[in-house]
Ligand binder design. Structure first.
Ligand SMILES: Cc1cc2nc3c(=O)[nH]c(=O)nc-3n(C[C@H](O)[C@H](O)[C@H](O)COP(=O)(O)O)c2cc1C
Length: 409
């Protein structure tokens, strides 16, 4: 294979990986807007909820590139209701954010209902619940991805949300199951539909797989075939073309885009293009990306304050520069990135005309390739018909500790 030029046009004329080299853009009428209650979403694309990532500043950047729905990271219902500073900040919005989508996290039907009501009163347009979190301390108490193991509990939590949401659509985000021996998505989808949920998002991995390997898109197709409500496919949308392939292959009604947009918010412009039948422009070069990073840093500092904003920015710089020549050398400087003005000097002596490296298109920028044995509470599987809410982070101190640990990403 010819070495890829670092600057100048791509040999193919466009920045696309081999697997997608021949995927045609959408033809007119091929896909419909995604309908979630009164919302019509075009393109049918949702920014995945990601803790430590999809805060208001990043959602705003993504929205400026494209269109669709842009979900907040998961907000702990109990933290929000107790007025925990970080929970309230992460749930906050501004008038330019429309439609506004919030993902809630919790296992007490009363808390969930109260949080939903408060958000609806604030004018939220869409609510999602996280039934996919695989973090050990979450599943160990029967929360997150453990919930769909207990269909009656799942039904009870959803009923409380849907009842309190009124006209505002509620969606569910879940995984295939706990592991290959305990697959729950078909039953989870049925429960969600019965409880009046507007759509189900399915990440084609088990909790045991975490983020490793290749997502299974077949399960998305199977779920789609079994439900009347829309199904949103999630897992491995690295390029806009993957979204088209996933929708064509599975028949799903929309896609949820996670790690592919970390340090690549222009992916939403590319998604809007291919769904509108246009071939996307190439991604920005390093010089433009440094400008995007400066803007991102400014917004994070405005939202979190400079100390926390720049701490968060360190991981973003690593993500934005992934695959560029010399990106590994930048890492040591990131530990001392405390002020916005320190950002551009990191690139002194770097060739800013370098094009976005094609090899960086399909690499995970967060979470790695580990797998795990999922921890469930003792005796959890013995009574799957039980609908008793599990205990989650409850006191303010527990919630603060929990949310701080998530901000690491
Ligand atoms: C840093 C990070 C944080 C995440 N936080 C959440 C979360 O708060 N809520 C949730 O439902 N999923 C969360 N996820 C999972 C993503 O929403 C998504 O399901 C997953 O990354 C698979 O999609 P992908 O292959 O496009 O990345 C997180 C993923 C990452 C990488």
């Amino acid at each position: 294979m010819e070495p890829e030029p670092k600057t100048g046009p791509y040999p193919t004329g466009r920045c696309v990986s081999d697997v997608n080299a021949r995927v045609p853009v959408a033809h007119r009428g091929e896909f419909e807007p995604l309908e979630l209650g009164p919302l019509k979403v075009w393109p049918p694309v949702i920014l995945a909820p990601m803790a430590g990532v999809t805060n208001l500043p990043f959602r705003a950047i993504c929205r400026e590139y494209g269109a669709g729905l842009f979900l907040s990271e998961m907000i702990t219902a109990r933290g929000f209701l107790l007025g925990n500073r970080l929970s309230v900040l992460l749930a906050s919005s501004d008038p330019s954010e429309s439609p506004r989508s919030v993902q809630v996290y919790g296992s007490d039907p009363k808390d969930l209902g109260e949080m939903v009501r408060a958000l609806v009163d604030e004018g939220v347009d869409h609510l999602d619940i996280n039934f996919g979190c695989p973090v050990p301390k979450v599943t160990r108490s029967g929360n997150g991805s453990a919930v769909p193991v207990k269909p009656r509990l799942m039904a009870r939590l959803l009923a409380s949300m849907v009842r309190n949401a009124g006209e505002v659509p509620v969606t569910v985000k879940m995984r295939k199951g706990i592991d290959e021996d305990l697959i729950t998505y078909m039953e989870g989808g049925r429960v969600a539909q019965e409880e009046g949920v507007s759509a189900v998002g399915l990440h084609g991995r088990t909790a045991s797989q975490l983020y490793s390997g290749v997502a299974d898109w077949n399960c998305i197709g199977e779920l789609k075939a079994s439900l009347q409500i829309p199904v949103l496919g999630n897992g491995d949308i690295w390029e806009s073309w993957d979204a088209l392939r996933m929708m064509r292959q599975t028949g799903c009604d929309g896609v949820i885009v996670g790690r592919g947009c970390l340090g690549r918010p222009w992916l939403f412009r590319e998604l809007a293009d291919v769904f509108d039948g246009n071939t996307p422009n190439d991604p920005p070069n390093l010089n433009e990306i440094v400008g995007i990073m400066e803007d991102h840093a400014r917004r994070l500092c405005g939202f979190f304050g400079e100390a926390m904003g720049m701490r968060q920015m360190r991981k973003w710089v690593a993500w934005y520069t992934k695959g560029f020549t010399g990106s590994a050398g930048l890492r040591s400087g990131l530990r001392h990135l405390d002020h916005q003005e320190q950002l551009r000097p990191l690139f002194d002596g770097v060739d800013l005309m370098e094009f976005f490296p094609r090899r960086a298109l399909r690499v995970g920028r967060a979470k790695g390739s580990k797998q795990q044995r999922v921890k469930l509470p003792d005796g959890f599987l013995e009574n799957r018909a039980d609908d008793t809410p599990p205990r989650g982070p409850h006191t303010l101190a527990e919630i603060e500790e929990w949310e701080r640990s998530l901000q690491g990403g």
